[in-house]
Write a new protein. Sequence first.
Length: 156
Amino acid sequence: MARILVQTEDFDIGAEIAALTAGRPDIGGIGCFIGTVRNHASGHAEQVTGMTLEHYPGMTERAIARIVAEAEARWPLKGVTVIHRVGPLRTGDNIVLVIAASAHRQAALDATSFLIDWLKTKAPFWKREDLAGGAGAWVDAREEDDTAAARWGNSA
């Protein structure tokens, strides 16, 4: 069973893991990725002070659901949680949480890597970095993200 949320509010990592695993003695491995807003970006001399994430409600959740369904088809998962924040964020704030649970660690870890790689390249989010000098810059797709996602093939 998958839990997919796109929200402005922060998330509690421990509470999300506890909710996913509660009463589930069949879960033997949990993979987890937490993405945060960092204070630097390539191509900018100035420090990043924050980020604004935009999306199309409905479309974004459907795209994430397709990515999760692909992960569930590839690995024997017992549960998945994907929470992605939108709106204005400051450096150090949480952006994304991906949790994948399975009977065995390798499936959980591989699914977690797959989920974040495909979220970075296939989920419709637009990111604008706020710079220390007051300017902002929209973030372009990065070749290294495409390369990471390509290792999983192209399906969803």
